[in-house]
Ligand binder design. Structure first.
Ligand code: HEM
Length: 441
Protein backbone atom coordinates (compact mmCIF):
# COMPACT_ATOMS: atom_id res chain seq x y z
CA UNK A 1 0.00 0.00 0.00
CA UNK A 2 2.78 2.31 1.06
CA UNK A 3 4.76 1.32 -2.02
CA UNK A 4 1.92 2.14 -4.41
CA UNK A 5 1.44 5.56 -2.81
CA UNK A 6 5.18 6.26 -3.15
CA UNK A 7 5.14 5.04 -6.77
CA UNK A 8 2.13 7.26 -7.50
CA UNK A 9 3.88 10.28 -6.04
CA UNK A 10 7.04 9.49 -8.00
CA UNK A 11 5.07 9.15 -11.21
CA UNK A 12 3.30 12.45 -10.58
CA UNK A 13 6.59 14.18 -9.90
CA UNK A 14 8.06 12.82 -13.11
CA UNK A 15 5.12 13.61 -15.35
CA UNK A 16 3.56 16.78 -13.92
CA UNK A 17 5.02 20.17 -13.24
CA UNK A 18 1.64 21.38 -12.07
CA UNK A 19 -1.68 19.77 -11.32
CA UNK A 20 -5.05 21.49 -11.06
CA UNK A 21 -6.20 22.44 -7.58
CA UNK A 22 -9.88 22.90 -8.44
CA UNK A 23 -12.46 22.04 -11.08
CA UNK A 24 -12.16 25.50 -12.54
CA UNK A 25 -8.40 25.17 -12.86
CA UNK A 26 -8.86 21.78 -14.52
CA UNK A 27 -11.35 23.29 -16.98
CA UNK A 28 -9.00 26.18 -17.70
CA UNK A 29 -6.19 23.70 -18.38
CA UNK A 30 -8.29 21.93 -21.01
CA UNK A 31 -9.34 25.19 -22.63
CA UNK A 32 -5.80 26.54 -22.79
CA UNK A 33 -4.10 23.39 -24.08
CA UNK A 34 -3.99 22.90 -27.84
CA UNK A 35 -4.18 19.09 -27.87
CA UNK A 36 -6.76 18.66 -25.11
CA UNK A 37 -8.91 21.28 -26.69
CA UNK A 38 -9.20 19.44 -29.98
CA UNK A 39 -12.76 18.28 -29.29
CA UNK A 40 -15.26 20.69 -27.83
CA UNK A 41 -17.36 19.53 -24.92
CA UNK A 42 -20.50 20.21 -26.92
CA UNK A 43 -21.04 20.59 -30.62
CA UNK A 44 -23.82 22.25 -32.61
CA UNK A 45 -26.15 19.83 -34.39
CA UNK A 46 -26.04 21.85 -37.62
CA UNK A 47 -22.27 21.54 -37.93
CA UNK A 48 -22.64 17.75 -37.97
CA UNK A 49 -25.06 17.75 -40.90
CA UNK A 50 -24.03 15.79 -44.02
CA UNK A 51 -25.19 18.46 -46.43
CA UNK A 52 -23.17 21.35 -44.96
CA UNK A 53 -19.58 20.12 -44.81
CA UNK A 54 -20.07 16.75 -46.55
CA UNK A 55 -17.43 15.71 -44.02
CA UNK A 56 -14.78 16.15 -46.68
CA UNK A 57 -12.20 17.49 -44.23
CA UNK A 58 -12.64 14.44 -42.03
CA UNK A 59 -12.52 12.16 -45.07
CA UNK A 60 -9.22 13.85 -46.07
CA UNK A 61 -7.72 13.19 -42.65
CA UNK A 62 -8.94 9.58 -42.53
CA UNK A 63 -7.28 9.04 -45.93
CA UNK A 64 -4.12 10.56 -44.50
CA UNK A 65 -4.26 8.08 -41.60
CA UNK A 66 -4.79 5.14 -43.99
CA UNK A 67 -1.77 6.41 -45.95
CA UNK A 68 0.33 6.53 -42.76
CA UNK A 69 -0.79 3.02 -41.73
CA UNK A 70 -0.20 1.34 -45.09
CA UNK A 71 2.93 3.45 -45.66
CA UNK A 72 4.51 2.32 -42.39
CA UNK A 73 4.14 -1.34 -43.41
CA UNK A 74 5.43 -0.59 -46.93
CA UNK A 75 8.54 0.94 -45.35
CA UNK A 76 9.51 -2.50 -44.03
CA UNK A 77 9.49 -3.85 -47.57
CA UNK A 78 10.62 -1.03 -49.86
CA UNK A 79 14.31 -0.29 -50.51
CA UNK A 80 15.08 3.30 -51.63
CA UNK A 81 17.99 2.46 -53.92
CA UNK A 82 18.07 2.81 -57.69
CA UNK A 83 19.26 -0.79 -58.05
CA UNK A 84 16.69 -2.34 -55.73
CA UNK A 85 13.63 -0.04 -55.61
CA UNK A 86 11.86 -1.58 -58.61
CA UNK A 87 12.46 -5.19 -57.57
CA UNK A 88 11.34 -4.48 -54.00
CA UNK A 89 8.07 -3.03 -55.33
CA UNK A 90 7.74 -6.07 -57.61
CA UNK A 91 8.17 -8.30 -54.55
CA UNK A 92 5.51 -6.35 -52.68
CA UNK A 93 3.23 -6.80 -55.67
CA UNK A 94 3.83 -10.50 -56.40
CA UNK A 95 5.56 -12.17 -53.44
CA UNK A 96 4.42 -10.60 -50.16
CA UNK A 97 1.06 -11.89 -48.88
CA UNK A 98 -1.54 -9.22 -49.61
CA UNK A 99 1.30 -6.92 -50.65
CA UNK A 100 -0.64 -5.98 -53.78
CA UNK A 101 -3.59 -4.88 -51.60
CA UNK A 102 -1.36 -2.86 -49.32
CA UNK A 103 0.25 -1.08 -52.25
CA UNK A 104 -3.05 -0.58 -54.03
CA UNK A 105 -4.68 0.87 -50.89
CA UNK A 106 -1.76 3.24 -50.44
CA UNK A 107 -1.98 4.44 -54.01
CA UNK A 108 -5.77 4.75 -54.16
CA UNK A 109 -5.83 6.65 -50.84
CA UNK A 110 -3.22 9.06 -52.22
CA UNK A 111 -5.31 9.77 -55.33
CA UNK A 112 -8.48 10.10 -53.26
CA UNK A 113 -6.79 12.43 -50.78
CA UNK A 114 -5.78 14.86 -53.53
CA UNK A 115 -9.39 14.80 -54.77
CA UNK A 116 -11.03 15.11 -51.34
CA UNK A 117 -8.78 17.97 -50.16
CA UNK A 118 -9.58 19.83 -53.39
CA UNK A 119 -13.33 19.20 -52.95
CA UNK A 120 -13.09 20.27 -49.30
CA UNK A 121 -11.59 23.57 -50.46
CA UNK A 122 -14.40 23.97 -53.01
CA UNK A 123 -16.97 23.35 -50.25
CA UNK A 124 -15.29 25.88 -47.93
CA UNK A 125 -15.31 28.51 -50.69
CA UNK A 126 -18.90 27.95 -51.80
CA UNK A 127 -20.17 28.15 -48.20
CA UNK A 128 -18.20 31.36 -47.51
CA UNK A 129 -16.57 29.50 -44.61
CA UNK A 130 -13.32 31.47 -44.84
CA UNK A 131 -15.15 34.49 -43.41
CA UNK A 132 -15.21 35.44 -39.75
CA UNK A 133 -18.42 35.31 -37.77
CA UNK A 134 -19.07 36.61 -34.29
CA UNK A 135 -16.51 34.65 -32.24
CA UNK A 136 -13.98 36.86 -30.50
CA UNK A 137 -10.49 36.17 -31.83
CA UNK A 138 -11.79 34.42 -34.95
CA UNK A 139 -9.37 34.32 -37.86
CA UNK A 140 -10.90 32.11 -40.54
CA UNK A 141 -8.92 33.77 -43.35
CA UNK A 142 -5.79 32.46 -41.60
CA UNK A 143 -7.27 28.96 -41.46
CA UNK A 144 -8.05 29.21 -45.17
CA UNK A 145 -4.34 29.95 -45.77
CA UNK A 146 -3.36 27.04 -43.49
CA UNK A 147 -5.69 24.93 -45.66
CA UNK A 148 -4.03 26.12 -48.88
CA UNK A 149 -0.67 25.11 -47.41
CA UNK A 150 -2.14 21.68 -46.62
CA UNK A 151 -3.32 21.40 -50.22
CA UNK A 152 0.16 22.17 -51.57
CA UNK A 153 1.69 19.70 -49.09
CA UNK A 154 -0.79 17.01 -50.15
CA UNK A 155 0.27 17.51 -53.78
CA UNK A 156 3.94 17.33 -52.80
CA UNK A 157 3.33 14.16 -50.76
CA UNK A 158 1.73 12.52 -53.75
CA UNK A 159 4.37 13.80 -56.16
CA UNK A 160 7.32 12.56 -54.05
CA UNK A 161 5.63 9.15 -53.71
CA UNK A 162 5.13 8.91 -57.47
CA UNK A 163 8.85 8.38 -58.11
CA UNK A 164 9.41 5.59 -55.59
CA UNK A 165 8.35 2.50 -57.68
CA UNK A 166 11.14 3.51 -60.09
CA UNK A 167 9.26 2.27 -63.14
CA UNK A 168 8.80 4.05 -66.46
CA UNK A 169 5.58 5.74 -65.30
CA UNK A 170 7.32 7.09 -62.19
CA UNK A 171 10.53 8.16 -63.89
CA UNK A 172 8.93 10.07 -66.74
CA UNK A 173 6.15 11.68 -64.74
CA UNK A 174 8.78 13.15 -62.43
CA UNK A 175 10.90 14.15 -65.44
CA UNK A 176 7.98 16.10 -66.92
CA UNK A 177 7.04 17.56 -63.52
CA UNK A 178 10.51 18.75 -62.59
CA UNK A 179 11.24 20.09 -66.07
CA UNK A 180 8.47 22.59 -65.46
CA UNK A 181 10.38 23.94 -62.42
CA UNK A 182 13.35 24.58 -64.73
CA UNK A 183 11.44 27.24 -66.66
CA UNK A 184 11.21 29.66 -63.72
CA UNK A 185 13.22 32.78 -64.56
CA UNK A 186 16.68 33.12 -62.96
CA UNK A 187 16.20 30.48 -60.23
CA UNK A 188 14.71 27.76 -62.48
CA UNK A 189 17.85 25.66 -63.00
CA UNK A 190 18.83 26.04 -59.37
CA UNK A 191 15.30 24.98 -58.24
CA UNK A 192 15.46 21.84 -60.36
CA UNK A 193 18.96 21.06 -59.08
CA UNK A 194 17.79 21.33 -55.46
CA UNK A 195 14.71 19.23 -56.18
CA UNK A 196 16.65 16.47 -57.93
CA UNK A 197 19.81 16.59 -55.84
CA UNK A 198 21.76 16.83 -59.10
CA UNK A 199 21.18 17.45 -62.78
CA UNK A 200 19.52 14.11 -63.55
CA UNK A 201 16.93 11.92 -61.83
CA UNK A 202 19.15 9.43 -60.06
CA UNK A 203 19.99 7.98 -56.63
CA UNK A 204 20.24 11.50 -55.18
CA UNK A 205 16.68 12.25 -56.31
CA UNK A 206 15.30 8.94 -55.09
CA UNK A 207 16.64 9.30 -51.55
CA UNK A 208 15.61 12.98 -51.43
CA UNK A 209 12.04 12.20 -52.51
CA UNK A 210 11.94 9.19 -50.16
CA UNK A 211 12.96 11.11 -47.02
CA UNK A 212 10.55 13.93 -47.86
CA UNK A 213 7.80 11.40 -48.55
CA UNK A 214 8.11 9.21 -45.46
CA UNK A 215 9.19 11.75 -42.89
CA UNK A 216 9.24 15.50 -43.42
CA UNK A 217 6.03 16.03 -45.39
CA UNK A 218 3.79 13.70 -43.30
CA UNK A 219 5.07 15.21 -40.05
CA UNK A 220 4.45 18.76 -41.28
CA UNK A 221 0.96 17.77 -42.47
CA UNK A 222 0.21 16.24 -39.06
CA UNK A 223 1.24 19.35 -37.13
CA UNK A 224 -0.47 21.69 -39.53
CA UNK A 225 -3.66 19.62 -39.40
CA UNK A 226 -3.66 19.79 -35.59
CA UNK A 227 -3.31 23.55 -35.88
CA UNK A 228 -6.07 23.64 -38.55
CA UNK A 229 -8.48 21.91 -36.15
CA UNK A 230 -7.47 24.07 -33.19
CA UNK A 231 -8.23 27.10 -35.33
CA UNK A 232 -11.66 25.72 -36.26
CA UNK A 233 -12.46 25.67 -32.53
CA UNK A 234 -11.00 29.12 -31.89
CA UNK A 235 -12.93 30.50 -34.86
CA UNK A 236 -16.18 29.59 -33.10
CA UNK A 237 -16.71 26.17 -34.71
CA UNK A 238 -17.76 25.63 -38.29
CA UNK A 239 -19.08 28.68 -40.07
CA UNK A 240 -22.62 27.25 -40.19
CA UNK A 241 -22.85 27.92 -36.44
CA UNK A 242 -22.46 31.62 -37.16
CA UNK A 243 -25.35 31.47 -39.58
CA UNK A 244 -27.51 29.87 -36.89
CA UNK A 245 -26.40 32.47 -34.41
CA UNK A 246 -27.43 35.25 -36.76
CA UNK A 247 -30.95 33.84 -37.09
CA UNK A 248 -31.46 33.63 -33.33
CA UNK A 249 -32.41 36.39 -30.94
CA UNK A 250 -31.05 36.58 -27.45
CA UNK A 251 -33.56 35.42 -24.87
CA UNK A 252 -33.03 37.22 -21.60
CA UNK A 253 -32.81 34.61 -18.85
CA UNK A 254 -33.78 35.23 -15.27
CA UNK A 255 -30.80 35.25 -12.96
CA UNK A 256 -30.50 31.87 -11.28
CA UNK A 257 -29.54 31.45 -7.67
CA UNK A 258 -26.52 29.23 -7.69
CA UNK A 259 -23.01 28.87 -6.45
CA UNK A 260 -20.56 31.44 -7.54
CA UNK A 261 -16.83 31.40 -7.76
CA UNK A 262 -16.62 34.83 -6.22
CA UNK A 263 -14.79 34.97 -2.93
CA UNK A 264 -13.12 31.66 -3.78
CA UNK A 265 -16.50 29.89 -3.94
CA UNK A 266 -17.07 30.26 -0.22
CA UNK A 267 -20.26 32.31 -0.44
CA UNK A 268 -23.55 31.52 -2.15
CA UNK A 269 -24.83 34.20 -4.43
CA UNK A 270 -26.04 34.97 -7.90
CA UNK A 271 -23.72 33.72 -10.57
CA UNK A 272 -22.98 35.87 -13.56
CA UNK A 273 -25.17 34.87 -16.51
CA UNK A 274 -24.09 36.01 -19.90
CA UNK A 275 -26.98 36.25 -22.33
CA UNK A 276 -25.34 34.03 -24.85
CA UNK A 277 -26.92 33.35 -28.22
CA UNK A 278 -24.49 30.71 -29.30
CA UNK A 279 -23.06 27.24 -28.80
CA UNK A 280 -24.16 26.21 -25.30
CA UNK A 281 -27.85 26.45 -26.26
CA UNK A 282 -29.40 23.14 -25.13
CA UNK A 283 -31.80 22.81 -28.07
CA UNK A 284 -29.18 23.18 -30.81
CA UNK A 285 -26.22 21.32 -29.33
CA UNK A 286 -25.32 17.78 -28.36
CA UNK A 287 -22.39 16.43 -26.40
CA UNK A 288 -19.38 15.54 -28.55
CA UNK A 289 -19.17 12.22 -26.84
CA UNK A 290 -20.81 10.13 -28.12
CA UNK A 291 -22.54 12.04 -30.95
CA UNK A 292 -19.58 13.62 -32.76
CA UNK A 293 -17.26 10.68 -32.08
CA UNK A 294 -19.84 8.21 -33.41
CA UNK A 295 -20.22 10.25 -36.60
CA UNK A 296 -16.45 10.45 -37.06
CA UNK A 297 -16.23 6.67 -36.64
CA UNK A 298 -18.95 6.15 -39.27
CA UNK A 299 -17.18 8.47 -41.75
CA UNK A 300 -13.89 6.65 -41.07
CA UNK A 301 -15.40 3.22 -41.68
CA UNK A 302 -17.13 4.33 -44.88
CA UNK A 303 -13.91 5.90 -46.19
CA UNK A 304 -11.98 2.74 -45.35
CA UNK A 305 -14.56 0.56 -47.09
CA UNK A 306 -14.44 2.69 -50.26
CA UNK A 307 -10.62 2.55 -50.28
CA UNK A 308 -10.59 -1.26 -49.96
CA UNK A 309 -13.22 -1.64 -52.66
CA UNK A 310 -11.46 0.65 -55.13
CA UNK A 311 -8.09 -0.98 -54.37
CA UNK A 312 -9.46 -4.35 -55.41
CA UNK A 313 -11.14 -2.99 -58.56
CA UNK A 314 -8.19 -0.79 -59.64
CA UNK A 315 -4.90 -2.49 -58.70
CA UNK A 316 -1.81 -0.25 -58.66
CA UNK A 317 0.06 -0.27 -61.98
CA UNK A 318 3.68 -1.32 -62.32
CA UNK A 319 5.33 -0.71 -65.68
CA UNK A 320 8.76 -1.70 -66.99
CA UNK A 321 11.74 -0.59 -64.87
CA UNK A 322 12.78 3.06 -65.29
CA UNK A 323 14.90 3.56 -68.38
CA UNK A 324 16.25 7.08 -69.00
CA UNK A 325 16.97 6.26 -72.65
CA UNK A 326 13.44 5.13 -73.59
CA UNK A 327 11.06 8.09 -73.59
CA UNK A 328 7.41 7.08 -73.61
CA UNK A 329 5.27 9.04 -76.04
CA UNK A 330 3.29 10.77 -74.62
CA UNK A 331 5.16 11.37 -71.33
CA UNK A 332 2.59 12.60 -68.83
CA UNK A 333 2.94 14.32 -65.46
CA UNK A 334 0.85 12.90 -62.55
CA UNK A 335 -2.86 13.46 -63.26
CA UNK A 336 -3.31 16.37 -60.83
CA UNK A 337 -0.64 18.33 -62.73
CA UNK A 338 -1.99 17.48 -66.19
CA UNK A 339 -4.08 20.68 -66.34
CA UNK A 340 -0.79 22.55 -66.06
CA UNK A 341 0.89 20.38 -68.68
CA UNK A 342 -2.10 21.11 -70.90
CA UNK A 343 -1.74 24.87 -70.36
CA UNK A 344 2.01 24.59 -71.05
CA UNK A 345 1.13 23.02 -74.43
CA UNK A 346 -1.55 25.57 -75.28
CA UNK A 347 0.70 28.51 -74.42
CA UNK A 348 3.73 27.19 -76.30
CA UNK A 349 3.68 29.14 -79.55
CA UNK A 350 6.05 28.58 -82.45
CA UNK A 351 6.44 31.41 -84.96
CA UNK A 352 8.85 30.32 -87.70
CA UNK A 353 12.00 29.19 -85.94
CA UNK A 354 11.13 31.17 -82.79
CA UNK A 355 9.36 29.34 -79.92
CA UNK A 356 7.73 30.93 -76.90
CA UNK A 357 7.99 28.28 -74.19
CA UNK A 358 4.69 27.90 -72.33
CA UNK A 359 6.35 26.28 -69.32
CA UNK A 360 6.93 29.65 -67.70
CA UNK A 361 3.26 30.64 -68.07
CA UNK A 362 1.67 27.24 -67.43
CA UNK A 363 4.15 25.88 -64.93
CA UNK A 364 5.11 28.89 -62.84
CA UNK A 365 3.20 32.12 -63.47
CA UNK A 366 -0.33 30.74 -63.66
CA UNK A 367 -0.25 28.39 -60.63
CA UNK A 368 1.63 31.11 -58.70
CA UNK A 369 -1.00 33.70 -59.61
CA UNK A 370 -3.87 31.33 -58.71
CA UNK A 371 -2.31 30.60 -55.33
CA UNK A 372 -1.74 34.31 -54.65
CA UNK A 373 -5.34 35.03 -55.67
CA UNK A 374 -6.60 32.33 -53.30
CA UNK A 375 -4.56 33.72 -50.39
CA UNK A 376 -5.82 37.24 -51.05
CA UNK A 377 -9.48 36.34 -51.66
CA UNK A 378 -10.81 36.22 -48.06
CA UNK A 379 -9.41 39.72 -47.50
CA UNK A 380 -11.14 41.21 -50.51
CA UNK A 381 -14.49 39.49 -49.90
CA UNK A 382 -16.60 42.24 -48.38
CA UNK A 383 -19.95 40.38 -48.35
CA UNK A 384 -22.06 40.70 -45.20
CA UNK A 385 -22.39 38.36 -42.21
CA UNK A 386 -25.46 36.71 -43.78
CA UNK A 387 -23.23 34.94 -46.32
CA UNK A 388 -21.05 33.13 -43.76
CA UNK A 389 -21.64 29.38 -43.60
CA UNK A 390 -24.33 29.37 -46.30
CA UNK A 391 -24.13 27.32 -49.50
CA UNK A 392 -24.15 29.56 -52.62
CA UNK A 393 -25.25 32.72 -50.82
CA UNK A 394 -26.89 35.16 -53.31
CA UNK A 395 -24.71 37.94 -51.90
CA UNK A 396 -21.59 36.08 -53.05
CA UNK A 397 -23.06 35.08 -56.41
CA UNK A 398 -20.40 36.76 -58.57
CA UNK A 399 -17.53 35.44 -56.49
CA UNK A 400 -18.93 31.91 -56.55
CA UNK A 401 -19.36 32.13 -60.33
CA UNK A 402 -15.71 33.17 -60.83
CA UNK A 403 -14.53 30.37 -58.53
CA UNK A 404 -16.70 27.75 -60.23
CA UNK A 405 -15.48 28.82 -63.69
CA UNK A 406 -11.82 28.51 -62.57
CA UNK A 407 -12.52 25.05 -61.09
CA UNK A 408 -14.38 23.85 -64.20
CA UNK A 409 -11.52 25.00 -66.47
CA UNK A 410 -9.00 23.15 -64.26
CA UNK A 411 -11.15 20.01 -64.32
CA UNK A 412 -11.71 20.19 -68.09
CA UNK A 413 -7.99 20.58 -68.76
CA UNK A 414 -7.29 17.68 -66.39
CA UNK A 415 -9.75 15.46 -68.27
CA UNK A 416 -8.30 16.46 -71.66
CA UNK A 417 -4.73 15.81 -70.45
CA UNK A 418 -5.62 12.50 -68.83
CA UNK A 419 -7.93 10.90 -71.37
CA UNK A 420 -7.61 12.68 -74.71
CA UNK A 421 -3.87 13.24 -75.21
CA UNK A 422 -1.88 10.69 -77.21
CA UNK A 423 1.51 10.53 -78.96
CA UNK A 424 3.14 13.94 -79.62
CA UNK A 425 0.45 15.35 -77.36
CA UNK A 426 -2.08 15.09 -80.19
CA UNK A 427 -5.78 14.80 -79.41
CA UNK A 428 -7.44 11.36 -79.65
CA UNK A 429 -10.89 10.28 -78.61
CA UNK A 430 -10.83 7.48 -76.02
CA UNK A 431 -12.19 4.99 -78.60
CA UNK A 432 -9.60 5.96 -81.23
CA UNK A 433 -6.48 3.79 -81.32
CA UNK A 434 -3.06 5.45 -81.21
CA UNK A 435 -0.66 4.97 -84.13
CA UNK A 436 2.25 2.57 -83.59
CA UNK A 437 5.13 4.63 -82.32
CA UNK A 438 8.75 3.85 -83.12
CA UNK A 439 10.61 3.45 -79.82
CA UNK A 440 13.37 6.06 -79.58
CA UNK A 441 16.72 5.19 -78.06
C1 HEM B 1 -4.83 17.81 -45.61
C2 HEM B 1 -5.79 18.64 -45.93
C3 HEM B 1 -6.94 19.07 -45.05
C4 HEM B 1 -7.53 18.42 -44.00
C5 HEM B 1 -7.19 17.04 -43.44
C6 HEM B 1 -8.59 19.29 -43.50
C7 HEM B 1 -9.46 18.99 -42.46
C8 HEM B 1 -10.53 19.77 -42.06
C9 HEM B 1 -11.60 19.32 -41.19
C10 HEM B 1 -11.72 17.93 -40.56
C11 HEM B 1 -12.45 20.38 -41.03
C12 HEM B 1 -13.76 20.34 -40.24
C13 HEM B 1 -14.96 20.42 -41.20
C14 HEM B 1 -15.02 19.43 -42.32
O1 HEM B 1 -14.86 18.22 -42.09
O2 HEM B 1 -15.21 19.87 -43.46
C15 HEM B 1 -11.92 21.49 -41.77
C16 HEM B 1 -12.47 22.77 -41.83
C17 HEM B 1 -11.96 23.81 -42.57
N1 HEM B 1 -10.97 23.73 -43.53
FE1 HEM B 1 -9.80 22.11 -43.86
N2 HEM B 1 -8.61 20.46 -44.24
C18 HEM B 1 -7.63 20.35 -45.20
C19 HEM B 1 -7.38 21.28 -46.20
C20 HEM B 1 -8.04 22.50 -46.34
C21 HEM B 1 -7.94 23.37 -47.48
C22 HEM B 1 -7.19 23.03 -48.76
C23 HEM B 1 -8.66 24.50 -47.17
C24 HEM B 1 -8.87 25.74 -48.00
C25 HEM B 1 -8.02 26.24 -48.82
C26 HEM B 1 -9.22 24.32 -45.84
C27 HEM B 1 -9.96 25.27 -45.14
C28 HEM B 1 -10.78 24.98 -44.08
C29 HEM B 1 -11.66 25.93 -43.41
C30 HEM B 1 -11.75 27.45 -43.71
C31 HEM B 1 -12.40 25.21 -42.47
C32 HEM B 1 -13.53 25.73 -41.58
C33 HEM B 1 -14.79 25.42 -42.38
C34 HEM B 1 -16.08 25.92 -41.79
O3 HEM B 1 -16.03 26.72 -40.86
O4 HEM B 1 -17.15 25.51 -42.31
N3 HEM B 1 -8.85 23.09 -45.38
N4 HEM B 1 -10.75 21.08 -42.41
Amino acid sequence: MHMTETARRMWKKLTWTWSPGSEKEAGDAVVKNMLLHWFPNKVSISSMSWSYSMWLGTVSFVLFLILCGTGLVLMFLYVPSVERAYSSVKDIEFVVSFGWLLRSMHRISAHLMVASVFLHMVRVFLTGAYKNGTAAGANRPLNWIVGLTLLVLTLLLSFTGYLLPWDQLAYWAITVGTNIARSAPVVGEWMRFVLLGGTTIDQGTLIRFYVLHVFFLPVIVLFLFAYHMWRVRKDGGLAVVDKEDLNRTAVPADPVKSKTYSLLGITNGTSVHVQTKVVEDESTTVTSSPHLLRRILLVSLLTFAVVVLLSVVFPAPLEAPANPSVTPNPAKAPWYFLWLQEIVTVTTVTIGSFTINGALIGGILLPGALLALAVWWPYRDKSGPGSVGVWLSPERKRQNMVFIVICVVILLFTVVGTFLRGPYWNLYWPWESWPDMPVKF
